[in-house]
Design a binder for this molecule. Structure first.
Ligand code: NDP
Ligand code: OXD
Length: 308
């Protein structure tokens, strides 16, 4: 079996070595080195540029380097292509850390204090214990659940919203369209960890913000396409929202001069919340390649009709 890698060269070499050591029967090649691209049936990549896609007419399975798959623009991929997303402890652990950092930073008014510092001022704001703050997570998948587990010992009151109804200890779980309004009504901090699909695009909009308690805060660590940027600015201006922490934007990076850069109530990071770790992700990849060789179900296979 051959698997082609497309992406960062250093990671490609490290994965080639690890995969070859663990599974000598797998030939791991790095784009553009495949001897016969027309024979390639499996690829691991973050995105598939047009020239790569065109060179691989017999592709059957695409392993995403990341947890999300929307960056692949799946509408342009053949309908029969199976897509497998990356589920690995590096992404999960770093994301949970980020969400904990975001919740604490917004709860303790870090954007305000940073803005005051930059303006050469020092003002005091009231401080409430974490136990008085309700954090709600949209998306109860791999990342949402790990983030809730990380938040729990910090003392926050926790809730979650997803498509399916779940029971998670210590978390008030809501589901589906009917669960959205009651979920939002109980979020002092709203965290978005949804996949970006036709249903979730622009879900962070003025109607959603209006259903939050006045003065709520937002952490978006999922995708920039979830957020309606003008609605966030309007909600911050009106006081409906107090502050936001954004790891993702559309586009990335935002153009120079974009109002988010200088907004005193917005903290931004450059898509670093959950990071695919070269060392731990290759273990997940090797596990999945072994499953493929044995004809077993793959971990993280995407339901293309659902979009995640
Ligand atoms: P999962 O597929 O494990 O979980 C997705 C969750 O979202 C599920 O609980 C699912 O519900 C829920 N969901 C999906 N659609 C809807 C909907 N229409 N209404 C309500 N709930 C919905 O994904 P992960 O947790 O692994 O990852 C989530 C996203 O995080 C990724 O798709 C990616 O975009 C983003 N990400 C961002 C990173 C960063 O660095 N900023 C890093 C890694 C990922 P159900 O359980 O019922 O199916
Ligand atoms: C991912 C990401 O999807 O890094 O893994 O955003």
């Amino acid at each position: 079996m051959e698997i082609l890698y497309h992406g960062n060269a250093a990671r490609g070499l490290a994965w080639q070595e690890a995969v070859t050591r663990a599974l000598p029967e797998v030939r791991f090649t790095c784009w553009p080195d495949a001897a016969n691209p027309a024979e390639i049936r499996h690829i691991v990549a973050w995105t598939l540029p047009d020239e790569v896609l065109a060179a691989l007419p017999n592709l059957e399975i695409l392993f995403s380097v990341g947890a999300g798959i929307d960056q692949l623009d799946t509408a342009r991929l053949p309908a029969h292509l199976r897509i497998v997303r990356m589920i690995e402890p590096g992404i999960i652990g770093t994301m949970a850390d980020y969400v904990a950092m975001g919740a604490l930073a917004l709860h303790r008014d870090l954007p305000f204090h940073v803005a005051e510092q930059r303006a050469g001022r020092s003002s005091w704001r009231d401080v409430a214990p974490a136990q008085q703050c309700r954090v709600g997570v949209m998306g109860l998948g791999e990342l949402g659940r790990a983030s809730l587990a990380k938040l729990a010992p910090l003392g926050f009151r926790l809730s979650g919203w997803s498509r399916s109804q779940y029971a998670i200890e210590g978390v008030d779980c809501f589901a589906g369209e009917t669960g959205l309004a009651p979920f939002l009504a109980g979020c002092d901090i709203l965290v978005c960890l949804l996949p970006l699909t036709a249903e979730t695009r622009h879900i962070l909009n003025r109607d959603t913000f209006a259903m939050l308690p006045r003065g709520a805060r937002l952490v978006n660590a999922a995708r920039g396409g979830h957020l309606v940027q003008d609605d966030l600015l309007a909600a911050l201006d009106s006081g409906q929202l107090t502050s936001a922490m954004l790891d993702v934007t559309d586009p990335e990076p935002l153009p120079a001069g974009h109002p988010f850069y200088s907004h005193p109530a917005i903290l931004m990071t450059p898509h670093v919340a959950g990071i695919t770790r070269t060392d731990s992700a290759v273990v997940s990849l090797i596990d999945n390649l072994g499953r493929l060789l044995r004809g077993e179900p793959l971990i993280g296979e995407v339901d293309r009709s659902r979009g995640y």
